[in-house]
Design a protein around this ligand. Structure first.
Ligand SMILES: O=C(O)CCC(=O)C(=O)O
Ligand SMILES: [Fe+2]
Length: 199
């Protein structure tokens, strides 16, 4: 296969993967909306819908590491996305923080790992938790992961707890922000008080 043919093949495969994954995203957002007692299309609409919800792929390459106890592949973080989907080359390394412990995600053939990210935590007023996770390195094997992040548009939508979920007993836990402002907050570790109300 020539390089040109290879590029062509890759883009065909990616196109089909993106289309199929977009369908899975919609289905998961229906379930998550219903789980909050909302109408089924609510979260999809709040995140920009078919027009504006963006799928971004990042490929992580974790080289072999002679001293895996002294290094991390990806430091502990939560994803800014609404949902994140992870495929990997069946080498363990992803850990999630659960019940005050780091738990290694099982490598299940033909499956994807799905994370809730910050955006859904904000919209759900904290009912859905953005999972803290990290990536370890391996002494013997290279690890590769393909992460797809579903992100709302940067400026068009103001992210805040959905009014249906805010009551006297459950006041809003997050001040309003655009996705762009949220990124700034995460990248530069600003405090919530640093948010200026978006227009
Ligand atoms: O490599 C993984 O399994 C996770 C990577 C990750 O957390 C990320 O790219 O945000
Ligand atoms: Fe992540």
């Amino acid at each position: 296969m020539s390089l040109e043919e290879y590029h062509c093949w890759c883009s065909e495969v990616m196109k089909e993967f993106a289309e199929r994954l977009r369908g899975v995203v919609s289905k998961m957002l229906v379930m998550l909306s219903l789980g909050l007692g909302l109408e089924e299309g609510k979260l999809e609409k709040e995140l920009g819908g078919m027009e504006d919800l963006l799928l971004q792929m990042k490929i992580n390459y974790y080289p072999k590491c002679p001293q895996p106890d002294l290094a991390l592949g990806v430091e502990a973080h939560t994803d800014v996305s609404s949902l994140s989907f992870i495929l990997h080359n069946m080498v363990p390394g992803l850990q999630v923080y659960k019940d005050s412990k780091w738990v290694t995600a099982k490598c299940v053939p033909d499956s994807m790992i799905v994370h809730i990210g910050d955006t859904l935590e904000i919209l759900s007023n904290g009912t859905y938790k953005s999972i803290l996770h990290r990536g370890l390195v391996n002494k013997e094997k290279v690890r590769i992961s393909w992460a797809v992040f579903c992100e709302p548009p940067k400026e068009k939508i103001v992210l805040k707890p959905l009014p249906e979920l805010v009551t006297d007993k459950t006041p809003p836990k997050f001040p309003p922000r655009t996705f762009a402002q949220h990124l700034q907050y995460k990248l530069f570790k600003k405090t919530q008080e640093d948010f200026v109300s978006p227009k």
